[in-house]
Each structure stands twice: as structure tokens, then as C-alpha cells.
Design a protein around this ligand. Structure first.
Ligand code: CP
Length: 321
């Protein structure tokens, strides 16, 4: 692996999940692979899971790690080409990424969308520029439109909790929120589940209100429901997530979204479904506490698996440096 931006960098999904689960069973088996190698983790917004799990993964591989919180510790970055930098930005991504690439063997980058300019966000302009200028393998720690380490984690978690020979039926369920959130996690989850469906590993469907369809390029092959109860019928996993509108870009749901918050009553329609969420989650806004505190919830196991997803990806990159 030379970079990790999307499902297209993952190769065969089953093989990558197998590698991650092997690592989970023997985390320190490749302790020398990352010796004398530096990982730079660059964050443009806050993180708990991504920051900690990727550092642990790197240390398990024997790497050293530097974390750079650009918003607090770095200079304000300019990303547009050809601007006279006489405003608030102090350093151009052209120099900043090149310098970080000269210090590090591998870089992880978390950026985020404006949610104001769809064309700009979906061009992944910042991420692509950083990649072009840093000149070392780049791992997405979440970009404007995708969160591939989260999606790999989710597939790992489904694999290790599914105990039947038949394919699991998986629902991505839109949930309420008080703030406009990116589409990165649901885009990515859908993209990975559609590929897993192509590989005959899962059956995948999405339930969302009208106007909250994801970009069609991320949902090829998914069955779509506009009625939550219909979508929940007989599913084995419910992946709960809010996202703001792609069509009316960045807009919140207008009206009372609370019927979309999944509680124990909703889950009666499922096949005793396991409930997943990438976290952080606002209790009793996005997902009912009674679900999070029940045996349906596998969110802590899911978050724990972030380490093995990151370690599988970093190992594969280190093997190709
Ligand atoms: N799920 C996830 O990426 O969590 P953080 O934003 O805390 O890293």
C-alpha cells in the first residue's frame, strides 16, 4: 500500500480484515518494522479515537510519532494557489506539507469540509495538495468526504461479531443532530459496504429522510428506504449516524427529526440487531441512552478496533517504503 484515502486503496476487503484480526491477536509481532521510522499525525480539527488509536498502532509497530494540531500549534495555512498572502494565513500548504514530508516517513492527515461549497469540498483540494507536496505516503485520518480508517474498523467489527454462515444484513440509519455534520463517515461506510456487498460479504441498505441522500457515487448497489421502520425490518446491524444534506449542501433537517432517533422500541423490528456508531455520540439526541447502555451496543468494541485498522494500514505502508 502506498497511500490510504479510500476503499480503492484497500485491495481485497476480506484479506485486509484478516490481516487486521491477525494483528489484533498478536499486536507486537512486527515491532521492528517501524524502527527508525517517523509518523507525523496532522490534525486540523479535534479527535479522540483517531489520534490515540493511530499513535498506539504506530508504537506497536516500533515507529516514533509526532502529533501536530495545526489549529493550536501550527501556523494558519493557505491552501489556494496564486493568492497574495496579506491576510490571516501565514504559511502555504506548499511549504508546510513539503517540510513535514522532509521530517516524516509517513504522514496521517485529518482535514474537514466547509459544508458551504460542495464542489470545493468534494474536490478534496486540500487533501490532494497536501499529498502532492509532502511526497511521502499519506494516510487519511478523515478528509472532507471520507473516513476510511473508520470504515475498515467497522468492517473488522462486523466480521468479528457475526457468528453465522449467512451474510449479515446491514442498515446505515440517518439520525438527528443539532449541528450540521459532514457526510464523510456515512459516505465512507456506504462506499465500503457497497464494495463488501460486491464481494458477497454483506447485504447493505440505507434509511434516510427525503433530501438526505448521499452522493450517488458512494451508494452504488445499496437499497434505499425513506421509512425507518421499513429499513429496520430483520436487519442484523444498525449503523447509526447523522449527516447534513448533500443535496441542499450542509443544511440541517427542517422540522422534528426525533422519530429518527433509534430506541429499544425501534430495535424490535430487527433481528436482535447490534448497534454501531463511530463516536462521539450525543446521547438521547442521536441515539437513545437505553440502546447505548444495552447489549445491542458494540460501540466500545468498535472504537477499540480502530487500533487494528490503523496498524494493518501502517504495516502495509511500511512494507512498501
Ligand atoms: N470516530 C472518530 O473518528 O472519532 P474522533 O473524531 O474522536 O477521532
Amino acid at each position: 500500500m502506498k497511500k490510504f484515502f479510500s476503499v480503492s486503496d484497500a485491495g481485497n476487503l476480506s484479506n485486509l480484515v484478516d490481516k487486521a484480526l491477525d494483528i489484533k491477536s498478536n499486536p507486537f509481532a512486527h515491532k521492528h518494522l517501524g524502527e527508525n521510522k517517523m509518523l507525523g499525525l496532522v490534525f486540523l480539527n479535534p479527535s479522540l479515537r483517531t489520534r490515540m488509536s493511530t499513535q498506539i498502532a504506530a508504537v506497536n509497530l516500533g515507529m516514533d510519532v509526532i502529533v501536530m494540531n495545526m489549529g493550536q500549534d501550527g501556523w494558519a495555512l493557505e491552501t489556494k494557489d496564486g493568492v497574495v498572502m496579506n491576510g490571516d494565513t501565514v504559511e502555504h500548504v506548499k511549504e508546510a506539507a513539503a517540510v513535514m514530508g522532509s521530517y516524516c516517513d509517513v504522514i496521517g492527515l485529518r482535514s474537514f469540509p466547509s459544508l458551504k461549497d460542495k464542489v470545493q469540498d468534494y474536490s478534496e483540494d486540500f487533501f490532494n495538495k497536501f499529498n502532492a507536496y509532502c511526497k511521502v505516503p499519506l494516510v487519511s485520518l478523515e478528509s472532507a468526504t471520507r473516513h476510511p480508517l473508520q470504515s475498515l474498523t467497522d468492517l473488522i467489527t462486523i466480521r468479528e461479531t457475526w457468528k453465522s454462515d449467512k451474510k449479515p444484513k446491514i442498515l446505515l440509519a440517518w439520525a438527528p443532530h443539532i449541528k450540521a455534520l459532514p457526510q464523510a463517515v456515512p459516505n465512507s461506510f456506504s462506499e465500503w459496504m457497497c464494495k463488501a456487498q460486491e464481494e458477497n460479504l454483506v447485504d447493505f441498505q440505507i434509511a434516510q429522510p427525503e433530501g438526505f441522500e448521499l452522493a450517488p457515487s458512494f451508494t452504488q448497489g445499496a437499497s434505499i428506504y425513506y421509512d425507518l421502520q421499513e429499513g429496520l425490518k430483520d436487519v442484523d446491524y444498525v449503523y447509526v449516524k447523522n449527516w447534513s444534506s448533500y443535496e441542499n449542501y450542509g443544511e440541517l433537517y427542517q422540522g422534528d427529526a426525533s422519530p429518527w432517533m433509534i430506541d429499544l422500541e425501534h430495535l424490535k423490528a430487527t433481528n436482535n440487531a447490534k448497534v454501531m456508531h463511530c463516536l462521539p455520540v450525543r446521547r438521547d439526541v442521536v441515539l437513545a441512552s437505553e440502546v447505548l447502555d444495552s447489549d445491542h451496543s458494540i460501540v466500545i468494541q468498535e472504537a477499540g478496533n480502530r487500533v487494528w485498522a490503523a496498524q494493518a494500514v501502517l504495516k502495509s505502508i511500511l512494507e512498501n517504503i
